[in-house]
Each structure stands twice: as C-alpha cells, then as structure tokens.
Design a protein around this ligand. Structure first.
Ligand SMILES: O=C(CO)[C@H](O)[C@H](O)COP(=O)(O)O
Ligand SMILES: [Fe+2]
Length: 219
C-alpha cells in the first residue's frame, strides 16, 4: 500500500478555508486531517461542528477527524453526519475504549485511537484487533507548529511489531512536527500515514510541499 499524506487544516488560513480545502483537493494529498480541540482535554480550542460542515461542502478527500475532546462518545453520530470518514479518539479520554471503537464502526466510520507521547503502546494490546488506525502523537496534542519528539521512532517500531504479531490490520499515523527532514525516517520505521500542518501551510507552495512529502514517504 502506498504511504499516505494528510495535511492538517489546523494550520490553514481560516479566512480562506475554501481556498485551502481546494488546494488539498487538487494536490497529491490522500486525506484531510481535521483537529477538534475542546479546551478541556487539551489547553486549546480549535473549531467545531459548523466549521467541519463547511469543510465537508468542499472536501473531496477522506475526512480524517482527530478528536482531542473529553466524552467523545456523545458526538460520534454527529461527526458521521458531517462527513467524517475516520474518527480518532484519544485513549486518555476514553473510559470504555472498546465500546467507543464499536460505536464508531457501527456508524460506518473507521475507528482510530490516538496516544499521547507519554502513553505506552502496550495499552492497546487488548484492542489492537479492533482498531483501524492508531495515531501516535509526536507532539503533545493541542497546538500546531511544535517540535517533533524523537522517542516516536521507538514507539513506531514497537507498534509495528505488535501489529504484525497480532495479525491486526491497523494503520499507523504520525501526528505532529512532521517535515521533509523526518518523513522518510518515519516511514522506514513503519508509519503508514503522515499528518503535516505547519510544514505544509507555512511553506511557499503548499501543493508542492505535499507532493514532496508524498515522494519522500514513498521513496
Ligand atoms: O493534532 C494536532 C495537534 O494536536 C495536529 O494534527 C498537529 O499538530 C499537526 O500540526 P503540525 O504539523 O504543525 O505539528
Ligand atoms: Fe491531529
């Protein structure tokens, strides 16, 4: 399977959101990564339902929604209705993670679980067969533009091993601080999807930057 690039709209120009979504549509990007922050689970508030509805009107790529919120269960059907294809919840925010995963899949979405940098991958041992996607946070969630945490490589290698040993088909997504400097190394360690926000949207030519990341990921 080719490796995927998911630009994060957290770093887009919100006053020109339609323009930036169309840039993603016309680029080599595979997914659109959409970060939802509630100011409780993480110390920041990004955007919510009305903005994602507006994104849905224009988005032509897989909508990969990353929930950094407490009590995600109460919004699962809402996110389905506004176009989420993948719905990722945080391990640290779910008391009944297995129930949450089942509820996401019952709505017809792919279920993802995100782990904070301090959370060991071993917490996924008993749900690894049930998950479609694992999002390893390579920064502390809440903000774009942070520095990549080097310990992530070790976690990818461990997680890849766990996935292979178990026979799970879960994909590994890396979120935070992804650039052209670490993209190839992340893929070599076992990543399947790279999320990139600031590196794409702060570049001179975001579409070319996406193309470059995709080439690096698949070289
Ligand atoms: O979930 C996130 C932050 O919590 C974002 O997806 C992530 O930060 C991407 O932004 P950048 O590439 O600028 O680090
Ligand atoms: Fe994210």
């Amino acid at each position: 399977m080719s490796k995927l690039i998911a630009p994060s709209v957290l770093a887009a120009d919100f006053a020109n959101l339609q323009r930036d979504i169309e840039m993603i549509n016309n680029s080599d990007a595979d997914w659109i990564h959409i970060d939802v922050m509630d100011g409780v689970f993480v110390p920041n508030i990004s955007f919510g339902i009305p903005v994602i509805k507006a994104i849905q009107k224009h988005a032509k790529k897989t909508m990969d929604v990353h929930l950094m919120i407490v009590n995600p269960d109460q919004y699962i059907s809402t996110f389905k209705n506004i176009g989420a294809n993948n719905l990722t919840v945080h391990f640290e925010a779910c008391t009944h993670l297995h129930r949450t995963i089942q509820a996401i899949q019952k709505e017809g979405m792919k279920a993802g679980v995100a782990l904070n940098p301090h959370t060991p991958i071993s917490v996924l041992e008993d749900v690894i067969m049930d998950i479609d996607l694992i999002c390893l946070m390579s920064v502390n969630p809440g903000f774009g533009g942070q520095n990549f945490i080097e310990n992530t490589y070790k976690k990818i290698i461990q997680l890849k091993h766990m996935i292979e040993q178990s026979g799970s088909s879960a994909l590994i997504e890396i979120d935070g601080g992804v650039t052209d400097q670490n993209a190839h190394k992340l893929i070599s360690a076992g990543a399947d999807i790279l999320v990139a926000g600031s590196f794409v949207f702060k570049s001179q030519n975001p579409s070319e930057t996406i193309q470059n990341l995709r080439l690096l990921a698949n070289s």
